[in-house]
Design a protein around this ligand. Structure first.
Ligand code: PLP
Length: 404
């Protein structure tokens, strides 16, 4: 797979490198195969065949029927389409149940629905809490579902900690209560096996750039028979479910990425997991006071979110960057925000410890050699930063005041 030269890229939950196979699959659609898939002439039909193939490739990865896939511009659009579709179908009940740790794509939309902002219909929104390990709060969820609930939207895998929610059980409870269930699976697709035809999930979002596909393309799975209202209504594309001429080259790239992801699923749970575990155990052994954020047993195989008392995560990142190592201090979308991560806050991680957290997210393109390099450079970086800080030593009074 493609890797920027000399970089050790451990920020794959933010975005991934486009796989060479994906680039090659897209290229003809940026050159000769530029037809509009809605046109009846030969170039149009050729483009339409590209879409059909991609739809089949995505359906094969998800274990569903291709007619259940519609293409969108990104994971965010897929999330918004799913939730607003359910709200539009609703006969005035308008209650959305979600969790406190969702990606802003869902969280901020729910905030807009709660406030009736940007012309959205006002909805009641219940955000359920999570446990200290980021785990799903069953009691709160079961209590939140009521006769007015329009939709439940709970992510499959958390982008910051990798913690997995029990989506099969959540969907079963929703089905029993007659509530449609959407899951944001942007981080789960391609990292955990899934067979949607056997799961009680009504809608599922994914994004191309998280699985070695291009940016600017996503997909939404809508189970057959699920009532649906499109977000964009201008044209008849995607069977009337998403207006706008399809970005054929992007969609073809997403299809190819899905095919690759399916072929690489075993490697995610073996090779990638082994590298993540080596990285994590090596850091925990070498950096005093380091801790894992989130429960370790039900987690994506590629993600490790660690906190280093006495240092700022951003400082660690900048110093890692000088060694060509790329990681993240939270989700990429929140690096511009001075607030500590809402996910870590929801788990009860003290703000100072949340600021001292770093997320490493691996992919099949990483190597064990790269992991060993990170294990050489990271511990001295944390030591240096601690030496420079009054909070730097675990047993310093200042550090104890932050996290006893
Ligand atoms: N949902 C989750 C869990 C994500 O991690 C992301 C991206 O980070 C998104 C949604 C948004 O996807 P996109 O960048 O394709 O809009």
């Amino acid at each position: 797979m493609n890797r920027m030269s000399n970089l050790i890229y451990l920020d794959n939950n933010a975005t991934t490198a486009v796989a060479p196979e994906v680039r090659e699959a897209m290229r003809p659609y940026l050159e000769d195969l530029y037809g509009n898939p809605s046109s009846i002439h030969t170039p149009g039909r050729t483009a339409a065949r590209g879409l059909d193939r991609a739809r089949q490739q995505v359906a094969d990865l998800l274990g569903c029927h291709p007619a259940e896939i519609l293409f969108t511009s990104c994971g965010t659009e897929s999330d918004e389409t799913a939730i607003t579709s359910a709200v539009a179908q609703d006969g005035g009940r308008r209650h959305v149940v979600t969790t406190r740790v969702e990606h802003p794509a869902v969280r901020n939309l729910c905030g807009a629905l709660a406030a009736g902002a940007h012309g959205r219909p006002v909805c009641r929104v219940t955000e359920i809490p999570v446990g200290a390990g980021g785990e799903f709060d069953w009691d709160a969820f079961a209590d939140a579902l009521d006769e007015g609930t329009t939709i439940a939207s709970c992510m499959w895998a958390n982008n910051e900690t990798g913690v997995l929610f029990p989506v099969e059980d959540i969907g079963t409870l929703c089905r029993d209560r007659g509530v449609p269930f959407h899951t944001d699976a942007v981080q789960a697709v391609g990292k955990v096996p899934m067979r949607l035809s056997d799961l009680p999930i009504d809608m599922l979002s994914l994004s191309g750039h998280k699985l070695h596909g291009p940016k600017g393309v996503g997909a939404l799975y809508v189970r057959r028979g699920t009532p649906f209202s499109p977000l964009l209504v201008g044209g008849h594309q995607e069977n009337g479910r998403r207006a706008g001429t399809e970005a054929v080259h992007q969609i073809v790239g997403l299809g190819q990425a899905a095919e690759l992801a399916k072929a690489n699923l075993d490697a995610e749970t073996t090779t990638v997991r082994a590298m993540r575990d080596r990285l994590e155990s090596g850091i925990l052994a070498a950096v005093s006071g380091a801790r894992v954020n989130g429960r370790r047993d039900r987690r994506l195989p590629n993600t490790s979110n660690l906190r280093f008392p006495g240092v700022e995560g951003e400082a660690v990142l900048l110093m890692l960057d000088t060694h060509g190592v790329c990681a993240s201090s939270g989700s990429a979308c929140t690096t511009a925000s001075p607030e500590p991560s809402h996910v870590l806050q929801a788990m009860g991680v003290p703000a100072a410890a949340a600021y001292g957290s770093v997320r490493f997210s691996l992919s099949v393109s990483n190597t064990m050699e790269e992991i060993e390099t990170v294990l050489e450079v990271l511990p001295p970086i944390v030591r240096r930063l601690r030496d420079m800080s009054p909070f730097g030593h675990e047993d310093s009074p200042a550090a104890k005041a932050i996290e006893p």
